[in-house]
Design a protein around this ligand. Structure first.
Ligand code: NAP
Length: 487
């Protein structure tokens, strides 16, 4: 009798769910009996969709429906609230499974070497996104006391952050935002949100749908500046040398490859142009888009670290211009903007899993097509990677499917050698987690939490609130495990 091929997937975001689902299908086609467990450090599934996509993006959140269908029949078994590397080590995991696929994503802000970054009022986008999406592991309170705010970066995360900051909170009341987030945003005195790109308007990393919706936010005027459109941006789709030598060669190449090209770029140029021609409506809030601004320093009223760091009072930029070779260079002209908060949205990065190789510079698990590599470039038996932790935090959710297909292909190529070893049956991991006192959650538990959150949404009749998220980890676990009466 052949024994089942037992695979652990770590991370129940889109990358992990796609990997589990594709593995199940491909293994079935190859006549391989497979048992897949999907581990998640949070009590609930869906990773970035639940905790990374902005609450006012129901279209993207809708992907949950297809991810739900992939887990609903239990062929991919969910084990939530289990921290790999803490509740169970990677070695222990390998004793229970023939192979382990890491799909842990990229959850923290990329390092940014900007003087003044430690000042009070300087934030990373990843933390703010976690807050407004009700992530259980971040503080419930967010200091929203700035009237003028700078957002650094010209990617979709910068758009999300700027939109959520500028939006009148009543317009978020139809979403799943938790009560504390609504209360925090409702107290914000913000009038002006300034988004800064270090390159030109043709070098934006936004995508057209996301850019267009920025212009549709009620009660918010979009402001653009003629001088940012005067110096002839770098050619669309042309060579890209990075920002004035600041970006490393590899980063510049990657960024160049991701710049909007062709129709997308034309659509976005038209959107920007239409905004330039718009009349101001004297709206109470404004969202400014600035280009050719390279951040130089966050200025504040203190000096030092910690409490002594002082508060943000302004941000200094050097104006940039095309360098004639597809990149940009500094002009030597410096300009300060008075702001009381700075949000940097300059990209995410992955974090290491204990005992798994990690490329610190790139923030990914080093791999060859999904096979994890050690420091000598040799494949580490039984370990695989997929999604953002495999290729970096670039691309839309759907792109993760291609990654998963490639990783699964490698995994199945290795199946014969991997499955030669004995592994205990699927009850062993449950016994192990119980023996460690891990309060893990399951798919059934998620259904209970899902129902609970939807019922909370129904308490706001007429508002079409699909759900209201439960934030606290303990509360999520308790509801999932039916330790409390759900309502
Ligand atoms: P991103 O698209 O890589 O954008 C990062 C931005 O930061 C770029 O404009 C980059 O400028 C800028 N930047 C990097 N280093 C900088 C520095 N030292 N100084 C100033 N600016 C700097 O990253 P992201 O916005 O974090 O998004 C990650 C991925 O998720 C993207 O693929 C994005 O499309 C996707 N996403 C999608 C949505 C959606 O609603 N569809 C929402 C959020 C995220 P350069 O171009 O000059 O390098």
């Amino acid at each position: 009798m052949t024994r089942p091929f037992r695979v652990a997937v770590v991370g129940a975001g889109p990358a992990g769910i796609y990997a589990g689902n594709i593995l199940r299908t491909r293994a079935g086609e190859a006549g391989i009996e497979v048992q897949i467990d999907l581990f998640e450090s949070l009590p609930s599934p869906y990773g970035l969709i639940r905790y990374g996509v902005a609450p006012d993006h129901p279209r993207i959140k809708g992907i949950v429906t297809s991810l739900h269908d992939m887990l609903a029949d239990g062929a991919v078994r969910l084990l939530g609230n289990v921290e790999i590397g803490a509740d169970i080590t990677v070695d222990e995991l390998q004793e229970l499974y023939h192979a382990v696929v890491f799909a842990t994503g990229a959850q923290v802000d990329r390092h940014f070497d900007l003087p003044g970054l430690e000042k009070h009022g300087s934030f990373g986008a990843a933390d703010f996104v976690s807050w407004y999406d009700g992530h259980p592991d971040v503080p419930r309170e967010w200091p929203l006391n700035a009237r003028q705010i700078a957002v650094l970066g010209n990617g979709n995360v910068a758009l999300d952050v700027a939109r959520v900051l500028a939006k009148h909170p009543v317009d978020l009341l139809t979403t799943d935002i938790p009560e504390n987030v609504y209360a925090g945003l409702a107290a914000s005195p913000v009038t002006d949100v300034h988004v800064f790109g270090r390159r030109g308007p043709h070098d934006i990393k936004f995508t057209p749908i996301e850019l267009r919706e920025l212009g549709e936010v009620p009660g918010v005027d979009i402001v653009l500046y003629d001088e940012d459109f005067e110096n002839g941006s770098t050619a669309v789709g042309g060579a890209d040398k990075g920002a004035g030598g600041r970006a490393g060669a590899g980063e510049a190449a990657a960024n160049g490859a991701r710049r909007a090209v062709g129709n997308q770029a034309k659509v976005m140029a038209r959107i920007l142009q239409s905004w330039r021609e718009r009349e101001s409506t004297d709206a109470p809030r404004r969202l400014h888009l600035h280009f050719w601004h390279r951040p130089v320093e966050i200025l504040g009223d203190g000096d030092g670290d910690g409490e002594g760091a002082g508060r943000v009072t302004a941000i200094r930029f050097e104006r940039t211009e095309p360098d004639g070779a597809g990149g940009i260079r500094g002009t030597g002209e410096f300009v300060d903007y008075g702001v009381q908060a700075v949000y940097r949205a300059i990209g995410y990065r992955g974090t290491p899993v204990r005992d798994v190789p990690f490329d610190e510079a790139a923030g990914v698990i080093p791999n060859d097509g999904g096979r994890v590599l050690d420091e000598n470039g040799a494949a580490v038996p039984r370990l695989y990677a997929t999604g953002w932790i495999k290729r970096g935090p670039v691309g839309l959710i759907g792109h993760t499917k291609g990654d998963a297909a490639e990783t699964v292909e490698k995994l199945l190529e290795d199946h014969a050698s991997l499955s030669a070893a004995e592994r205990p049956d699927e009850d062993a991991v449950i016994a192990f987690l119980r023996s460690r006192g891990v309060r893990f959650t399951t798919w059934d538990g998620w259904l209970a939490l899902d129902e609970h959150e939807r019922a909370l949404g129904e308490e706001f009749p007429g508002m079409q609130r699909e759900r209201i998220k439960v934030v606290s980890r303990d509360e999520q676990v308790a509801i999932s495990n039916r330790e409390v009466v759900a309502r």
